[in-house]
Design a binder for this molecule. Sequence first.
Ligand SMILES: C[S@@+](CC[C@H](N)C(=O)[O-])C[C@H]1O[C@@H](n2cnc3c(N)ncnc32)[C@H](O)[C@@H]1O
Length: 416
Amino acid sequence: MIIKDIKIIDILQDGRGVARTDGKIVFVENAVYGETLDAKIIAEKKNFLEARKINTKIKSDYQRKPPCPYFYECGGCSIMDINYETQIDLKKNLIKNAIKKSADIVLEDIEIIKSPEFRYRNKIRLQVDDAGGLNYLETYSKKMVKIEDCLIANKKISKNLSKIEDISRDINQKFASIIEEISIRASENNILLNLRGNFDNKSIAYIKEKYSNSNYNINLLNGRDLITISGEGYIDYKIGQKEFKISANDFYQVNDYQIENLYGIAREFLGKNQKLLDLYCGSATSSMSINDDHIVGVEINKNAIKDAKENAERNKLKDYKFIAKNAKFIDSNFIKKEKIDAVTVDPPRAGLDKEVVKTIANAGIEKIVYISCNPQTLARDIKRFMDRGYELEKIKAVDMFPQTMHVETIALIQKM
Ligand SMILES: C[S@@+](CC[C@H](N)C(=O)[O-])C[C@H]1O[C@@H](n2cnc3c(N)ncnc32)[C@H](O)[C@@H]1O
C-alpha cells in the first residue's frame, strides 16, 4: 500500500524518519527530516507502520547535499543530508522526549556541545570483502559498500586507508577471504589494526613473516584469541595531561575533539575530589579524567581492568582499586566499606541493571554522575533513581557523533 503526502516530523536513533497518518505513526526508511513524501508500507504493526520512501513531494528546508559520495548507500551516517544546526536540534529533541516519556520531566532546553562535523573519529570498523577491499554495510540490506575514504574518520586514518587496504588485499587474496573485518584505531603517534577472521597456522605464519616489522600495531582476532603480529597489542592516548594504555579490545571514546569536554562536564557535576566508585570503568580513562585519585573501578572486561591498573600507575595515583566484575554483583555493604562518596556510571547502550540502581540507593550515595550513550535507557534509569528518592539535578550533552543520531548525555542525579 502507498501512503501519500506524509511529512517527516522527527528522526529515530536508527535514522528512520517519523510521520503520522490516520492517527498512526509511520517509520520511514531513507526519509529526510522536514520533507513531505510518498511511501510504500512494508510492514504493519499494532501501533505503527513501517514504510520506505518512494519519492519526495516537498523538499525539506533543512536539507543539504551530503558531502560524502557514499552517504546514500552507506549505513555509517544517517543524517548527513541535513545541516548540522538541525542535527543538534534533533538530538536535543531526542533527549527531551526520552526524559519526558520515562521520567515525566520537561526540559525547557538542553545544552549540547558541538563537535567539528567531519574527521572526528579515532576509530572505524570496516568489513573486508573477498578481494580484501574495505567496506561499510548498507543501512537496510547489510550489503557491502566499498569505500576509499570516510569523511568522519580522522585525518590519520584517512591518510593510511589505502596502505591498510594493501595489507588486507594481500592477505585475503593469498588465503581465500580470511579477514572478515578490520578495526582501525589511530592515536597521535600510532595506528592499531585488529584483523578479525579465522586464521590457521599457515596464514598466521605468513602474516608474521611479512608484517612483523609493520609500522602499525597489528593484531589478529582469532575467535577469542588475540595474536599480536607487530608492535604492541595496545595504543596510547593522551587526555589532558594524563596518558592511557588502551588494549585492542578496550572501550575508548571515539571523538578526540570532545573527550575532554565530556569528562570536563562530568568533573564539574561531580565537584571536588572525593572517593569515587566508577561502575563500567573500562580502562579508567573516564574516572581518572574526572577524579584525580581515590578511585574504585568495576568493569566486566578483565583485560580492561589490567589496563586500568597500569593506567593508575602511569598517572601516579596513590589510592585506587580496580575489580573485574559484573557491576550488578557489587553490593551496598562493599560501597559502605570502601567509604565511597559518589558514583559515576558509564554503561553500554542497554543502561544499568535494575540491581545497580538499588545497590547505589541502598548504600545511601548522595551523588551519581551518569554518562550515557543512549537517552532512552538513561531516562528509564533516572526514573528508577527517582523512585528511590533521587532527583535529576543537571543534564548536558556532548555531540560525540555528528552525522548520526547518536549523542552522549551526562546527568547529575542527586539524593533529595
Ligand atoms: C561505554 S563503556 C565505558 C568505559 C569507560 N567508562 C570509558 O569511558 O572508557 C562501557 C563499559 O562497560 C563494560 N561493561 C559492560 N557490561 C558490564 C557489566 N555488566 N558490568 C561491568 N562492566 C560492564 C564494557 O566492557 C565497557 O568497558
